[in-house]
Ligand binder design. Structure first.
Ligand SMILES: CC(C)(COP(=O)(O)OP(=O)(O)OC[C@H]1O[C@@H](n2cnc3c(N)ncnc32)[C@H](O)[C@@H]1OP(=O)(O)O)[C@@H](O)C(=O)NCCC(=O)NCCSC(=O)C(=O)O
Length: 369
């Protein structure tokens, strides 16, 4: 089976989540990814959750990649890496700006060896600027760009978002997208390029509604005040009698009318001009019944309202399972298998359902010169 990135070699110097996930997506689309780890492995240092005798974090994010261990500070490190640099199409790194240069593998040094390389740096704040050297994690990136402050209750009862938005949507996805652009540009010009991904950049794209409100003269919305951040009864989470939740996204008039009809309420009973009152009245109605009661009613009403599923329940939902997403397997050191992390490469581009891959630290050390 031919995949879009067959024949593309990626050198992956990344750690934690954003870069490893970006490279995993490239691997899933057929690229040959070689991950370079410090001896012993980055993810092995603080005793992360283990499975089958190995780090499950490492396995989940690095399946299907080749793995080499190398002390980049060793005198012969660059010489040993050189054959890989010469044949690589893509390099991804995710250290603090300046680290790769100090190690002797910054863009200028690599470009001299291989001018066709597409070199992608992922960082929090970008390669230049007053904050470029600041350490940070996802929470800091969504905090400093205004995104976190849009959440309901950020003052009274702050909540940690359930997903690493900056890491994945600000780091992994833009990295993959821009690497593909870099490869396309190389097809056109014959030359490689340098890509500076700042996870904070994309967070401003996520504040689009606040920016639109301000541009429209309505002012910047406060925490939970905007239509899609909790301000509207149409876009809300309502608890059921049995401790489950209804996620209501009945924004458009026709869906809102169907939702109210499905729960047995009228527009007159729900005065949207009093948003808090409307939310309370709907909440009290939804709380009268269980999720099992509401689920078929809301599904039949076709009104953009669904029951909030746990991860376990979602995995059992045939809608998702039938797409072959959960059929890829990760094989551990003893040969045991578990479900591999699904990544959003389209069916037809990704490996066939049922593919089994390993992730073994240092398994490919022989690739070094
Ligand atoms: C995550 C960090 C804050 C971690 O900071 P630090 O632990 O201080 O690491 P630095 O990147 O500054 O430096 C790494 C050091 O390791 C050395 N280093 C790295 N790899 C090697 C190998 N293979 N061999 C020898 N030495 C090595 C490198 O030379 C640096 O040393 P010296 O040269 O001696 O300095 C930073 O890496 C960073 O800002 N990265 C970009 C943004 C980012 O990834 N943020 C986290 C997203 S993940 C996330 O939010 C989450 O999962 O949670």
């Amino acid at each position: 089976m031919t995949q879009p990135l067959n024949g593309i070699t990626v050198l992956d110097f990344t750690t934690l989540l954003p870069g490893p996930l970006a490279a995993l997506m490239l691997a899933e689309a057929g690229a040959d990814v070689i991950k370079i780890e410090r001896p012993g492995g980055e993810d092995m240092r603080e005793g992360p959750p283990r499975w089958d005798g190995a780090s499950i974090n490492f396995g989940m994010l690095n399946r299907g990649k080749k793995s080499i261990q190398l002390d980049l500070k060793a005198k012969d490190a660059i010489a040993r890496l050189r054959p890989l640099i010469e044949k690589a199409d893509v390099l991804i790194e995710q250290f603090r700006p300046g680290v790769m240069e100090r190690l002797g593998v910054g863009y200028d040094a690599i470009r001299k060896i291989n001018p066709r390389i597409v070199y992608c740096s992922i960082s929090g704040y970008g390669q230049k600027g007053p904050r470029s050297g600041e350490a940070g994690h996802d929470i800091n990136y969504i905090a400093s760009t205004g995104l976190l402050a849009l959440s309901p209750g950020t003052q009274q009862s702050p909540t940690i978002p359930p997903a690493l938005i900056a890491d994945i949507a600000g780091g992994s996805f833009p990295a993959v997208m821009n690497i593909l652009l870099g490869l396309r540009q190389r097809d056109l010009t014959g030359e490689g390029s340098y890509i500076d991904i700042a996870m904070t950049d994309a967070m401003f794209t996520f504040t689009w509604h606040a920016l639109a409100m301000a541009a429209g003269g309505y002012g910047y919305p406060g925490p939970g005040e905007a239509r899609l951040t909790g301000g509207s009864p149409r876009y809300q989470i309502y608890p059921t009698k049995d401790g489950k939740l209804v996620a209501c996204g009945s924004l458009e008039p026709k869906f809102w009318a169907s939702f109210l009809d499905a729960i047995g309420m009228t527009k007159d009973e729900v005065n949207e001009k009093d948003a808090e009152g409307a939310k309370a009245r709907i909440a009290s109605r939804i709380r009268e019944q269980t999720a099992d009661h509401w689920q078929p009613i809301l599904a039949k009403a076709d009104c953009c309202a669904t029951i909030v599923a746990s991860v376990e329940e979602a995995l059992r939902d045939t809608q998702f399972a039938d797409r072959g997403l959960f059929e890829h397997q990760l094989k551990g050191p003893s040969g045991a298998t578990t479900m591999a992390l699904p990544v959003p490469i389209a069916p037809g581009y990704r490996a066939k359902p049922g593919a089994v891959a390993t992730a073994e630290l240092g398994a490919d050390d022989k690739l070094l010169g």
